[in-house]
Design a binder for this molecule. Sequence first.
Ligand code: ADE
Length: 258
Amino acid sequence: MPTFDIVTIFPAMIEAPLAAGILGRAIDRGVLEVRVRDLRDFTTDRHRVVDDVPYGGGPGMVLKPEPIFRALDAIEADRGTPLTVVMTTPQGRRFTQPEAQALSGRSHVVLLCGRYEGFDDRVRSRVTDELSIGDYVLTGGELPALVILDAVARFVPGVVGDEQSVAEDSFSRGLLDFPQFTRPAAITGDRSLGSEVLSVPDVLVSGNHAEIRRWRKREALRRTLERRPELLDGAALDEEEREMLRELREAAKHEIEN
Ligand code: ADE
């Protein structure tokens, strides 16, 4: 299981979320090891300056390379090598569930949080992975680092109570989740819709586990086909699922024709 170091100029943005929830509990129990490093602790000047104006001019500020190099040296001295050094940036490769699983197999993962106009490009000489959490621009890399940590930590044994739920996570197999319900089996919905009764599908209260399993498989496929059909190209489907998918596609075709 990897150790994690998060390098940031806003430690509180990382520490507060890590004090609560499933990750907070995992840290308290010692199954997850995360250390937050304040980049300013690796400056050498009185004002603890971490950024400077860009060469060539232009707006904004650029994170200086030396404090980051010193932070990486310190982490290497503490943790040993090899360090996986992840830079969060909108220019990075898209972070996905397979990327999360791959990172969970590394020994030490460092997350470098960007700020301002980004990093001095020479920092990339010490970076192993540049990752983006999506096609939008955030004010900094702290939220992306937390997103990456959360998704990777789910694969660390003991973090999520039920290991099987992580492995069987439909997204791990390249599909969206099937719909879930809990008690009561019937409730009255929105009054503006004439107080219609909202019921749980009969099959789920039937107690027929073989039928429930098939229903869940089909609904996961139906949702994926309707909402994210491109995921089906990379999904690991068994024979039963491939047959269900053929039926769902056939049904959708008839719906369009009629
Ligand atoms: N920094 C700013 N925006 C980002 C994004 N979308 N992903 C990763 N790092 C970022």
